[in-house]
Structures are given as structure tokens and as C-alpha cells.
Design a protein around this ligand. Sequence first.
Ligand SMILES: NC(=O)c1ccc[n+]([C@@H]2O[C@H](COP(=O)([O-])OP(=O)(O)OC[C@H]3O[C@@H](n4cnc5c(N)ncnc54)[C@H](O)[C@@H]3O)[C@@H](O)[C@H]2O)c1
Length: 326
Amino acid sequence: MKILVTGGAGFIGSHLVEQLLKQNHSVITIDDLSNGKKSFLYTVMDHPNHQFIQGSVLETDILKQAIKGCDVVFHLAAVLGVKNTVENPLKVIEGNIDGTRSVLEAAYLNKTKVIFTSTSEVYGKNDNLPFHEDSLRVLGPTTTSRWCYATAKALDEHMCFAYAQKGLPVIVVRYFNAYGPRATSTQYGGVVPKFITAALQGKPITVYGSGEQTRCFTYVEDTVLGTMGCLNPNVKNQVFNIGINEEISINKLAQQIKLISGSQSSIVHIPYEKALGKGYEDTVHRVPDIIKASELLSFQPKISLEDGLKKTISWYKRQMKEQEGD
Ligand SMILES: NC(=O)c1ccc[n+]([C@@H]2O[C@H](COP(=O)([O-])OP(=O)(O)OC[C@H]3O[C@@H](n4cnc5c(N)ncnc54)[C@H](O)[C@@H]3O)[C@@H](O)[C@H]2O)c1
């Protein structure tokens, strides 16, 4: 197939591009490098079936040209991260809503199936676990910018289904906390990169709140596996949770990272308010129900948290060594 990947130089996108090429698809990557890096694509930059375009999905001429003749577009380009939602909500709203509208319109004109990457954040504060794809969305007030990412992604999902109503095949995947090599955006809120970096540098590992909040951290290979399942031509106009259902508290995550990396770092706690400003609310627990993805996409996560953390920490160690050698 001929496939366009938006945001393909980012953390998840770069792994997806690699896998698509391994399966002999022809891939065009478009990324404005606002958060991605060309170096994430170093293994595939010169691949004969790969073309990289540095550009924004908001530049409609570039997008229309790139999508021509594509069977599928994986739309990952987005503005994300807890820090962005708190400090730059307008950037988050514009980046997600305008970008997705632009991709959907170009795909519609070209009859290209869209696989849109959404987030478990859309379930918000719902405490009825696990989350099914049709679970309620329980979000806080609009005066708290913390909810703008979840809201923008939910509106993007609505836009996907509005285009589906006009005949465009779409799939929405909701990712649950992906981590792994290249998840380097410590300043944008990734807890795994933050903890690993602190552990390897011997600095305090900082936990927000009580640390008893839980998440299901999904190794990026598994995230990509579920995403690739959407290439199944018989599946369309559906939402899927893509994640592992191995739940861990942030306190335990900190301890595990400390142990695996052999770190002497202390684990310290600070209130959310101090870290992310007044009124910040966190989701307490987040667990996916993945039965639907398992039945329709044959998705079964393979990498345990312990194995995934070992692989990720090894990658970080190599990166740090390389940087020391520079
Ligand atoms: N990482 C996670 O745990 C997670 C969880 C839920 C959902 N998601 C979703 O998965 C997707 C990929 O996330 P990621 O973690 O790889 O983030 P990322 O920031 O590494 O990747 C996003 C990429 O999009 C690019 N980009 C941003 N705006 C663009 C634009 N206008 N035009 C072209 N490129 C643009 C960035 O440069 C970056 O390379 C996003 O849509 C995100 O919302 C990620």
C-alpha cells in the first residue's frame, strides 16, 4: 500500500514508519519537526520506499500533494503534553483541531482511509474502569486549560465520524501511555522519560501528588502493533483502545525504574499545584478494555512493563554515552 504518516518523525510515528517499511509498504512521512527529529528516522531516511517531507499538515498545498494516490493516512501530527495544555492551550487547540480538519479534508478529496490517533485522555475523570470505547467522557470545566487537549482530541474524533458519514473510511485509535526509545520529551510531560533521565543522572525522581494514581504503560512496539492492525480493509468507522491492561501506580513505576537502572536517586513527592499550577486535576486511574481491538484487529500486547522498561533504559544509557562522546 501507499501510506502517508503525519507526525512520522515523532516518537510513535518514527516506530510506525519503520514497521510499515518492514512490511514493504511505500511510505511518505510529513512532519514539521516542531517536536519530532529527523534523527528518529535515521534507519529509514535513505530507504528506497520512503520519502520524508518537512512541512506542516496546516500547509494544505503540501498536504494535498503528499496524500495524492495514498491508500491510507495515519494521522499522528499533534500538539501534546501536559505542560503545553497548561502553558499554551491555544497552541494545543489550534494544532489539534486545525491540523486534523486539514488532514480529513485532504483525505476526503482523495478517498484515502484515515487512521486518527486519539488518546485515553478523552475518558477524563471517569472512574468506571476499565474504559470501553463507548464509556462516558467525564471532563472538568473549560476554565481549566488542563482539559483542552482531551476536548480537542474528542472534537477531532467527532470530525472523523462526520467525514465517515460523508463516506470517508476512518478509524480512531485511543492510545494509553506509550513509552519506549525516542520518547524523549521530558519537558512535555512524559513520566517515563522524566523518571529514567533523573534515575540515570542520579537526580531526585519527582512524583506529582500522592503517587498512588495508576496508569497502563504500553511499550511503543505494542502501540504500533495495534495501529498497524487498522490496515485491515474490513475494519472501518470504529474506535479502538490501544494499550496494555497491566496497571501500575506512579510510586511503583518510580521504584521499578530506580531498580532496573541501578540508580541511587531519591524519590520525592511534590503537590500537583506546585508542579503544574493551581487547579490542576489528574485522572486517578486509567485502564483500557482491549477486547474490541483484540477481536477486530487481532491486537494482543506482547511486552511486559518490566521488559519494556529494560529496553527503554538501555536505549537511554546508549544515548547518554553517545552524547558524552560528542
Ligand atoms: N505518547 C503517548 O503516550 C500518546 C498517548 C495518547 C495519544 N498520543 C497521540 O499519538 C500521536 C503521536 O504522539 P507522540 O507521543 O509520538 O508525540 P510526538 O510529539 O513525538 O509526535 C507528534 C509529531 O507531530 C509533529 N507535528 C506537530 N504538529 C505538526 C504539524 N502541524 N504538521 C506536521 N507535523 C506536526 C511533531 O513534530 C512530532 O514529530 C499524537 O497524535 C498524540 O496525540 C500519544
